[in-house]
Design a protein around this ligand. Structure first.
Ligand SMILES: Cc1ncc(COP(=O)(O)O)c(C=O)c1O
Length: 323
């Protein structure tokens, strides 16, 4: 506050360097929030009216919304029923002459199948935009999610793995030209103040948020460990009450785990397809049509379901406190 620099000052610059260093990438650009990060990434890649961008069905609104904001069309592909991330074989069949980019969303804290997706994208000559809003810290092999595709987009909304004390976002890329373009679009398309080469917007990051993020970044690794420890507690309790398939199950991303083999599972717990699931969220799935939305009436939830369910889904002894 003493410096009087509140927007895009030395804290933002230092933050951008430190964040890029943390991820092991060349360029990070601090922006207003994760939704704008996606918009900027797509705009920098030249996405506009008439173009199509492949987006998973199951994600936060901003993933497809950013495509729509540019006048382009999101083409939805289904999500894998196991890890809930993009179903890569479905991407390959959705590519058409108007496809301009593929958006991979790393949902709930876990990276999508980037190795397979890279092969599909490279074959088609398409860039990959990574939406890493929920999964900062997740890795594929040694690489952080967000640094594997062409351009990565992060959110620092307070509920994310690294939260600002307000809004914040970042775009990262190894490509210096793309980074330059995002920097320009962040300030109404002006490289030099008041000389506007194209139409961008106000997508600037605040100095205070950058300063908060700089203080919090060194604690991120410890916080991610805590998230995994918390997830272990859920896994342990759910497994004790024999409510679901064990967490260590091998990934069968494109097979539906609620199929015959698991018909008796009351809850399907998260699958760890990569060792580095960061558990931004611990999402359970209730197999079976319409069961998720069954209301819990005042007389108790179990009273509301058919008796056959009651037998199959009833809680084990002493396990109700875990539910
Ligand atoms: C998958 C995903 N993409 C994008 C966003 C947008 O980020 P922000 O809220 O910072 O605009 C979010 C935030 O919830 C998200 O979960």
């Amino acid at each position: 506050m003493g410096s009087g620099a509140f927007i895009l000052g030395p804290e933002v610059e230092a933050w951008e360097k430190e964040f890029a260093e943390f991820l092991g990438t060349q360029n990070a650009v601090g922006v207003s929030n994760g939704s704008d990060a996606l918009l900027l990434a797509l705009q920098a890649l030249g996405v506009g009216p008439g173009d199509e961008v492949i987006v998973p069905t199951y994600t936060f609104f901003a993933s497809a919304g950013s495509v729509g904001r540019l006048g382009a069309r999101p083409v939805f592909v289904d999500s894998a029923p196991c890890c809930y991330n993009l179903n890569v074989p479905a991407v390959a069949s959705a590519i058409g002459p108007k496809t301009k980019a593929i958006m991979a969303v790393h949902l709930f804290g876990q990276a999508a199948d980037m190795d397979a997706l890279l092969k599909v994208a490279q074959k088609a000559g398409l860039p990959i935009v990574e939406d890493v809003a929920q999964s900062l810290g997740a890795k594929v092999g040694q690489k952080y999610a967000g640094t594997i595709g062409t351009i990565g987009c992060f959110s620092f909304f307070p509920t994310k793995n690294l939260g600002a004390l307000g809004e914040g976002g970042a775009v990262v890329t190894q490509d210096p030209q793309l980074a330059e373009k995002v920097r320009k679009l962040r300030v109404h398309g002006a490289k030099k103040k008041y000389f506007h080469e194209e139409v961008g917007g106000n997508f600037r990051l605040h100095e205070l948020q950058a300063a908060f993020l700089r203080i919090k970044l060194p604690m991120l690794t410890g916080w991610l460990e805590r998230r995994v420890q918390n997830a272990e507690v859920y896994f342990r309790h759910f497994s004790q009450s024999q409510m679901a398939r064990p967490a260590e199950s091998e990934c069968v991303c494109n097979e539906d785990p609620s199929g015959a083999e698991h018909a008796d599972s009351r809850l399907l717990l998260p699958f760890r397809c990569h060792p580095s699931h960061t558990f931004n969220q611990f999402v359970v799935r209730i197999p079976g049509r319409n069961k998720r939305d069954s209301k819990r009436p005042s007389g108790g939830w179990w009273g509301a379901v058919p008796s056959s369910w009651g037998r199959r889904w009833s809680l084990g002894k002493g396990s109700s406190q875990n539910f």
